[in-house]
Design a protein around this ligand. Structure first.
Ligand code: HEC
Length: 399
């Protein structure tokens, strides 16, 4: 019952999380597009009112005329539209989901008995959960301090971006050494998403509040507030595509279960940022194909690095029968992968995959070989599968 309640909570939180994220990212992409599509105002009236740029568009059966002011609109109405709840709800629902799935089940998902670092391999569930949360908190603190010290006046933003890139490679490396691959990708994505939400919460919104307060008091707002908000907002733009990839990666175990997981993760982060850059420039009228080409070359490198090895395990001696495979699977997999799992914490077969009948095993043969060879399954090797058994399965699938 408790396992079912957690699974249902997982479903509801995931639904909320995806919807909030679509709303947030959609609006954020819209505003970046708007900002980059602005033209100098055409009408005399607009010029006189201090309009910085404007954009005309057609959408949903009507025409829209957006105008941007920097810090000096002639009047500021009270019904100003603010964007922040979508960002906060995305983070809160995402953290809730992370808690329900990972933090409550650290033994399955966060402990990595296969880690080459002895202390990480020996970590308790509580220690792994604490460390996962520490990654999010310390990751944001480090990123934010880098923004403050490397480019406090927005004069070294290029250097800052490079430093953030290096930081992400280090995080990718550390997380894949400490946590199982699936959790490592998710935690790195969650770290970037935490920076995005914290940028909104600690920098963008407070700065805008100060600007509005100054205008209402008849003073000129301090432009640094707008510039700092913009710096963080630009980072958020380049984080978006990598974060969405990292969140989706848990459906594709080949991305995170091989030896090059940290390189694959880093390449995805840079490919996402490069592809995003193409669209950012495109909206300001430039068609810089070099960016998507770099992105595609990186994706091709990932496809090559992530390809399952041809002979991952020494072949078992002699022919392996389906009956032998059924015995191995029954002992090592079926406490989870069954219509009625006996493993506590599972209300239904994980990933919808069951091995109750021979037909089900045959239907999933290729997938079974891949997850067993990469040691992704059994999860955290809970059922203590041996190398001989992995080799037997590989041989049987090859036959
Ligand atoms: C302790 C529980 C547990 C055991 C034991 C276990 N699995 Fe899994 N398995 C899971 C969970 C949870 C998932 C879903 C994780 C995910 O979505 O990547 C999963 C997912 C899978 C998938 C889908 C992965 C993908 O990337 O699509 C396959 C295939 C699989 N398991 C095969 C096996 C095989 C074969 C065994 C036995 C050698 C096994 N599992 C043992 C819990 C378990």
């Amino acid at each position: 019952m408790e396992a079912y309640a957690l699974e249902f909570a997982n479903l509801l939180l995931r639904w909320l999380h995806v919807i909030a994220a679509i709303a947030w990212i959609g609006e954020s992409i819209y505003f970046v597009m708007l900002d980059n599509s602005l033209h100098p105002p055409r009408g005399e009236q607009s010029k006189k009112m201090g309009v910085f740029g404007e954009m005309w568009s057609v959408h949903g059966g009507g025409f829209y005329h957006n105008q941007k002011y920097l810090t000096n609109p002639a009047e500021l109405p009270n019904d100003l539209h603010w964007s922040f709840w979508k960002a906060y709800v995305t983070w809160l629902s995402g953290f809730g989901l992370f808690a329900v799935l990972y933090l409550f089940n650290p033994a399955f998902y966060l402990v990595n008995p296969g880690s080459s670092w002895a202390w990480a391999a020996a970590m308790s569930g509580t220690a792994a959960s604490t460390l996962a949360v520490a990654f999010l908190v310390l990751g944001y603190v480090l990123y934010s301090q880098m923004c403050r010290y490397i480019s406090p006046d927005m004069e070294h933003d290029g250097l800052l971006s490079a430093a953030v890139g290096v930081m992400m490679v280090v995080v990718a490396y550390l997380s894949t050494q400490i946590f199982p691959g699936r959790a490592a990708f998710l935690i790195t994505g969650a770290l970037m998403a935490t920076c995005m939400s914290a940028n909104v919460f600690f920098w963008i919104i407070p700065g805008q509040r100060r600007m509005v307060a100054a205008l209402k008091a008849g003073q000129t707002p301090n432009p640094i507030d707008g510039q700092r908000g913009k710096q963080r907002s630009v980072h958020n733009t380049y984080f978006t595509l990598p974060v969405v990839f990292l969140m989706l990666s848990n459906h594709y175990s080949f991305t995170y279960s091989g030896p090059y997981a940290w390189i694959i993760m880093s390449l995805f982060i840079f490919a996402g940022a490069a592809i995003r850059q193409y669209f950012v420039l495109r909206h300001s009228g430039k068609n810089q194909l070099a960016y998507p080409i770099v992105g595609i070359v990186m994706l091709a490198a990932i496809a090559w690095l992530a390809a399952p090895a041809a002979t991952p395990l020494a072949d078992a001696k002699g022919a392996v029968s389906l009956d032998q495979v059924r015995t191995i699977v029954a002992a090592r997999c079926m406490e989870c992968h069954s219509a009625k799992p006996t493993q506590a914490g599972f209300a239904s077969a994980p990933a919808g995959i069951m091995f109750d009948s021979a037909g089900q095993i045959v239907a999933h043969a290729a997938q079974i070989k891949q997850v067993v060879a990469s040691r992704y399954m059994p999860l955290a090797n809970m059922t203590k599968m041996t190398d001989a058994e992995r080799a037997a399965i590989a041989s049987w699938v090859q036959q």
